[in-house]
Design a protein around this ligand. Structure first.
Ligand SMILES: [Fe+2]
Length: 265
């Protein structure tokens, strides 16, 4: 059996995998799943999968989720297109740390992003913030405080501003608020992670005072540089992350870029 070759990123935020995804066995998929649980994000460099190969690979991780705010691929309805033109002004899609669709009752567990067309390397990086590491280094009293608390997540949180702008660009106008509650601490394979999407959390359930203070403390702790890694895209690269243990954020850039996203329920 060919082993999965992997290498952790700087700060241990995620890992690179170098195997060719076009020829991958079930044993190797199982190993990748273990690495995904362990690290939270995996970067597959220089893969150049066609849409069918991409969809087939992603189907090993679960059932694809719908995302009505983005335009689907014309032949592969579970691929959603994130596109920016050189002439676009304003913020990029997904700027500001968040986890995808965390205002839903069952947010997508995993997100795949594939670089189809990208500007030169170093432009339009995606930032990742490892929430296992963030949890581990929380002060003991905060760990105890948040252990049984639930956050209130809203589709009209801070990041909605960029989403609404994008919706306006794409002609959809469904701006009804969606809200859900989730535990601020998630347990994944016996490891704890902070789950508090700064782009979406608007309150904390049953906390009589100090909600804003706690949210702002967590947000700045979660996004410390020491828990972060900035991934620079090249055409053909794929990133796969767990939305339960990783925050991510797009960075500002100008240029032509086309990415294919698949989320897994
Ligand atoms: Fe996102």
């Amino acid at each position: 059996m060919i082993k999965i070759k992997f290498e952790p990123t700087k700060n241990n935020v995620g890992c690179f995998i170098f195997n060719d995804l076009k020829n991958i066995s079930q044993d190797q998929i199982n190993e990748i799943k273990k690495l995904l649980n362990k690290f939270g994000v995996i970067f597959f460099k220089n893969q150049n999968l066609n849409p069918k190969q991409y969809v087939d690979f992603s189907s090993n991780f679960g059932v694809p989720a719908k995302y009505p705010m983005l335009k689907p691929h014309k032949d592969f309805k579970n691929i959603y297109i994130i596109e920016r033109k050189k002439t676009d002004t304003g913020k990029s899609f997904g700027e500001g740390p968040h986890t995808d669709s965390s205002y839903l009752e069952n947010p997508p567990r995993f997100t795949f992003l594939q670089a189809v067309d990208v500007p030169e390397e170093g432009k339009g990086n995606t930032l990742f913030f490892n929430q296992f590491l963030a949890y581990k280094s929380l002060p003991k009293n905060i760990k105890e405080k948040i252990e049984n608390l639930k956050g209130i997540f809203s589709s009209k949180g801070k990041i909605a501003k960029t989403r609404l702008l994008r919706e306006a660009e794409h002609g959809t106008s469904d701006i009804k608020e969606i809200k859900s509650e989730h535990n601020l601490v998630q347990n994944i394979d016996g490891k704890k992670a902070i789950y508090c999407s700064p782009g979406h959390v608007v309150g904390i359930k049953n906390l009589k005072s100090g909600q804003k203070k706690l949210i702002s403390f967590l947000s700045s702790h979660q996004t410390k540089k020491v828990f972060s890694y900035s991934f620079g895209w090249k055409k053909g690269d794929i990133a796969l992350w767990s939305n339960r243990s990783m925050l991510h954020a797009a960075t500002a850039f100008s240029g032509d870029r086309r990415m294919f996203r698949i989320t897994i329920q």
